[in-house]
Structures are given as C-alpha cells and as structure tokens.
Design a protein around this ligand. Structure first.
Ligand code: TRP
Length: 450
C-alpha cells in the first residue's frame, strides 16, 4: 500500500462542501427528480422523500465521511484499515465496481446534454416532433458515442489534475455558473402565463396522487442516487479532510444544497410544463422531450433552452468527476499508480464499457431484458436498485455493529461546531437504516420481477 503521507487535502473548508455538493447535484436533481416527482403526483411524494433524506440520507453521509477521514483511504483501503484481516474490504470493492458501472452510462447521458446545448442554440427545437428528435439523436451510432467520449475526456482531464487543482478548482468555477443559470431559468419559468398551476403541483400535489409501497421505493432510490450515497464517494472525499473539519455541519450543507437545487429544478420545469400543457408524468423524457417542446413555444426559447442544457451538463460534470475519483483513488492508494495514469486508464476503460449503453438506443435496441429494459436500463437498474442500497446497508451495518457507533460518532464529532451527532444516531445506524433498506430492496426486487 502506498504511504498516506503525500495524500492531498482540500485547500479550504469550502473545498469539501463544494466538491461534495457538486457530486450530489447532478442529473439526479435536474433530470431525474422532476420526472420521478411528476410520475408520483407531486407534493406528497416530495414529503416522503424529504423524510427519507433526513432519516437515512444524512446519517449515512456522516457515516461514510467519518470512515473516510478516519482511514484516509479509498473505499477498499478504508475497510481494510478499520477492519484488518476481515472480508469487509469487499464492501469497498462493491463501491469501486458501482462507480465504474454508474459512470459508464452516466457519461452517455452527459453526452446527450452536451449535444442538446448545441441543438438548442441552433434552433433545432422549432417545428419538429420532439420525441422523434430525441429518438433520432440517441438512436444514431456515432454522434452519441462521440459526445460520450467528449464528456468522459472532460471528466478525465479534471481528475488527472488532482484534488485541489482539478476537483476543487473546477467546482469553485462551476458552482457560480450553475447558480446563475438556475436563477435565470426560474425567473423565466415562474413569469410564464399559467405558471401557477406548476407551482401548485410542486407544493400542493395532484388531486389524484396515491401512495403505495412503490412510492417509498422510488423515494429511497432517488435519495441514494441524488445524494451520491452507497458507493464510497463520501469515504473518498472525506479522506481528504482533516480533523479540524466539521463533518456534521458540512454534511448538513451538502444535503441542504442538494435538496434545494432539486426543488429549484422543479420550479423551472413544472411551471414551464404546465404553462404549455405538457404532461408532468412523461417520465425519463421530461427533460429531453417535453422541455424542448416547451422551449420551442416560449419567447426566447432558444436562449433558455441553451442555458438549461448547459446547466444540466455542468451539473453532470461535477458529479461524474466524483465517480471517477473513487476508482482513481483506489488505484493510487492500493496499487501505487500515478494519478494521471490511473485517471486516464480507468476513464478509457469506463468509456468503452459505456458503449453498449449508448448503442442500446439504436443498433443494439433489439436486446431486451424482461421486466428491466434495454442494456442502458439494465446497467441503471443493477446500480441503483441493487448496488447502491446494498452498499448503504453494508456501510450502516459496518459502522453500527463492527467499527461501533461510538467510534463512528467520535470521529464524526471531531471538529464539530454546534451541530453535533447525538444519541439518536446509534439507533438509526444499527436498526432503522438496515431494516428500512432491506425491506425496500426485497419489495423492489419482487415488484420488478413478479
Ligand atoms: N448524485 C449524482 C446525481 O444526482 C450522481 C452521482 C454522482 C452518484 N456520484 C454518485 C450517484 C455516486 C450514486 C453514487 O446526478
């Protein structure tokens, strides 16, 4: 194992918060959150989701970060350091594999966002069938693959530059860009004629909204995905923290920023969708099919469409770098590779693994897994419905029962300023989180195949 003495640290207190919030805020907030809320009928779903974020998401984020800071290692090395001579390193290995899988298809969607920036700017949304426009784009062989490679090249470039000169520097540039873009888009959306109905949908909900077991399942999956939990992003980013850093406070800021941006994305999308009679329950096509239709009819729609997809691309990039950082840190710590070599090699392999996901909308669309969908859906399902919750479950069991809630709390509370992890945490970590995740996973898998 390489010695940890040359390990980088964030260059300021804000470095960790911006990088971690940059990881959390991504396609999950701006693309996935609105369509999942739309499918589940609005406000009531948001309430369930918020309860899960507070009860499961926040404690798990603190736990992962504490594991990372205490061990100063990537996920595999972290479990090896805290539980030597045991099989627990496999939990870290699962995280590294999950990062690999998620990034392979996340980058494909990242590529779509890049190409849609240019389409919006070129006025390609006017006078066309948007479902067909989307299908024609993703169904091609080469164009989406090339955009996928461009997106991956940007990700590799940032990670190769390092924790401070790459990750921290770029998130400090990209956060203000995101903030400005989202404010511009909200002002445009809420001043559209008929926007009120969309705001009502977000905060009051649809009249016919129903809650089933599936609602909870969707809410928990969304919480893991959007908060980047369950695969060691926070172990890795936490490993660059010092004992003076305030973990409970930083995690609260990250959860707050992630939730805030998701709600703000809802404030952009639902007023626009309702103002132009779109369907809020349109599903995964909401951002790529329904919204271009809205932009086509809106005054200055070309400009706002361009800004929207730029926002989506920037948010996706700050998330993708966290996925690549987890696997890169593993090769650096465990195998002694240099950062640039590790980032480039892994990035290229992940890009190749992503090719089937990209082709699954065109040349390879004939390949279907029963009850799941095409290859893209298969990757997404395995990662989000199996690997992430399993990773979260193992992390909670490890911290609650093996490393002990005492060690976890002591580590989390070093450097704490005001907001302190209290006794409730032990109960949540040992019982609430494992049981809740196990129940939801069992129902989820049964629901999918039966
Ligand atoms: N949270 C990001 C989003 O909302 C995606 C992401 C980045 C992620 N890193 C992750 C999801 C790790 C799960 C695990 O788009």
């Amino acid at each position: 194992m390489a010695d940890g003495s040359r390990r980088e640290s964030w260059a300021s207190r804000l470095g960790f918060i911006l990088a971690a919030a940059g990881s959390a805020v991504g396609l999950g907030n701006i693309w996935r959150f609105p369509y999942i809320v739309g499918e589940n009928g609005g406000a009531l779903f948001i309430l369930i989701y918020l309860i899960i974020v507070v009860l499961i998401g926040y404690p798990l984020m603190v736990t992962e970060t504490a594991i990372g800071r205490s061990s100063k290692r990537n996920p595999v090395g972290a479990f090896k350091a805290l539980a030597p001579n045991s099989m627990w390193w496999l939990a870290g290995a699962l995280g590294v594999i999950t990062g690999f899988v998620i990034l392979s298809y996340y980058s494909v969607v990242g590529g779509w966002t890049l190409s849609y920036i240019f389409r919006a700017a070129a006025g390609a949304f006017e006078g066309v069938d948007h479902e067909q426009l989307f299908g024609d784009h993703v169904g091609q062989t080469w164009a989406p693959l090339i955009w996928h490679l461009v997106f991956m090249a940007l990700t590799i470039g940032i990670i190769a530059a390092g924790v401070v000169k790459g990750i921290q520097r770029w998130v400090q540039i990209l956060w203000p860009v995101m903030g400005l873009l989202i404010v511009l888009l909200i002002v445009r959306a809420v001043t559209l004629e008929g926007a009120g109905e969309g705001i009502g949908f977000l905060f009051l909900g649809a009249e016919d909204a129903t809650v089933t077991g599936r609602t909870f399942l969707d809410a928990i999956a969304q919480a893991f995905f959007t908060l980047s939990l369950g695969m060691g992003v926070f172990i890795t980013y936490g490993s660059y923290l010092s004992d003076r850093d305030n973990v409970p406070g930083a995690a609260a800021s990250v959860v707050g920023m992630d939730t805030g941006i998701a709600i703000l994305a809802g404030l952009v999308i639902f007023p626009a969708v309702f103002a132009f009679d779109g369907d809020p329950g349109a599903g995964a096509g909401l951002a790529f099919i329904t919204l271009p239709g809205v932009f086509a009819e809106m005054p200055l729609g070309g400009l706002f469409g361009t800004l929207f997809f730029l926002l989506l691309a920037v948010a996706a990039l700050t998330s993708a770098i966290s996925l690549l950082e987890v696997v890169t840190a593993w090769l650096i710590d465990q195998k002694g590779w240099t950062r640039a070599k590790a980032a480039a090699t892994l990035g290229v392999i992940i890009a190749i693994v992503g090719i089937p996901s990209s082709l699954s909308f065109g040349a390879w669309s004939g390949f279907e897994v029963p009850n799941i969908g095409n290859l893209f859906d298969l990757f997404d399902w395995i990662a989000n419905s199996i690997f992430l919750p399993l990773g979260g479950l193992l992390t909670a069991i490890f911290a609650g029962w093996i490393w002990s809630t005492r060690s976890t709390m002591d580590e989390a509370n070093k450097g704490e300023r005001g907001l302190k992890i209290g006794g409730w945490y032990a109960v949540v970590l040992k019982y609430v989180i494992p049981i809740a995740i196990a129940v939801v996973m069992v129902f989820g898998i049964v629901d999918t195949f039966v």
